[in-house]
Design a protein around this ligand. Sequence first.
Ligand code: PLP
Length: 523
Amino acid sequence: MNQINQSGWKPGTPIAADHGGDYPTVTGNKALMLEEPLLFELGTAETCGVDLPAPDPKASNRLGPMARESDIGLPGLSEPETVRHYTRLSRQNYAIDLGLFPLGSCTMKHNPRLNEKVARMPGFADVHPLQPVDTVRGALGVINELAHWLIELTGMHGVAMSPKAGAHGELCGMLCIRAALEARRDVRQVVLVPESAHGTNPATAAFAGYEVEDIPAGADGRVDLQALKARLGPDVAAVMITNPNTCGLFERDMKAISDAVHAAGGFVYCDGANFNAIMGRVRPGDLGVDAMHINLHKTFSTPHGGGGPGSGPVVLSEPLCPYGPLPFTARMEDGTVHLVEEENADQFGHTHSFGRMTAFHGQMGMFTRALAYILSHGVDGLRQASGDAVLNANYLLRSLDDVLDAPFGDAGHCMHEALLSDHGFAEGMTTLDVAKGLIDEGFHPMTMYFPLVVHGAMLVEPTETESKATLDQFIAAMRSLAERAKAGDETLKTAPHHAPRARLDEAHAARKPVLAYQEVANG
Ligand SMILES: Cc1ncc(COP(=O)(O)O)c(C=O)c1O
């Protein structure tokens, strides 16, 4: 067995002090947190985890020149060894099933097991996008029913279900806007984006071929309406605005913003990733929004992590609907919704579609989970979920604002996330130190240094599913860390002390990651 794993730790060597090892052990393990070698170190190619019959020589002859001539060198491990390996690895990371995951803007919320059960039903889990349509009517019915709910909840006229994530939905919405402007031969070059916007907004506008211009925020953290109005003109294609915004505040002037943009001939794109704070209470369609994506993983509790599997349906206003991608779900005059595809686009008058975002219908597994969430809550339950998310965030904000600076604490209630800053920390102490300290306290760090408009920002999103007891435990940890940061406690600079890995050189780890195992093993 190779004696070196990725940490450089050798079995039998006492654990290093900066790993929190007050009591060195011969295994290098700390309590139940086990150091984990690679599969290749655990097993060897000479052993096999299962009893397989000897290969039939005639069968291998049939492969001809394709037959493999040498071993592929995979380690052989028994089933329990393999299960334990992956279970131990899973314990080296934090998860929503372990505790509060306060990442602001990312909305890491509990995934109800009911949704998982429904999504695993064979009729949903085993469908294939190339199956004959007659065999997947039920699955298409699920997509249509979810589409209907999204249209109703947002007060919009149609929805493209296919985008695969929030940012993909943004691109879809901006391509609709571009198609609508091109159809009226109105060439516009600029998209206005508030400076507090999520980073994907300016990136999307640029990707869709537009020049991006900043709109400043007022002292209350909201879009400066007068500055926006002053910049509107015949070159402005759209405004992309996140509501609730990334400072955790509701854009109260949204209707006035939409009216001004429409009067200047532009469109309003709303980043609806934070819809979880207002669902069941505010309909973006009533605020004049033309296009908005919804992150199913943030609002309707589908799993969220590692970049996927995301799902970002885009709802569109009546003027934009004709340009929506195919497949598209459109609301008819009688209130029914219909799935429009290439074959029936003429019948539904959907003749100006800009094209497709994906080859098929979208993320079936996420659709079933989201619909299960919606149906199990009902409208009243959804309204309560958004209310509880906002209540929890305000409870956190008001429980911390005497020890931590809350930059917009005077701007009224926050929405679903509480924004704090490093103002008042001792010289040399940073937001990063507090984040690392949270790891020692058993929590995943909050979002750091975002939004950019706040120095040393800490964006904390508790979500609606956390109990008061859990929130109080988190508040106690944050209060203690705030006091230590203000007092200049040097031990915070070397945190985490109780994690599988001590503090890394962040810049080095990001810019020069060593990803090949052999390079690590050979030093
Ligand atoms: C406000 C906001 N906009 C856009 C996005 C992008 O969504 P995605 O990561 O699904 O592309 C996010 C992600 O959480 C977000 O919080």
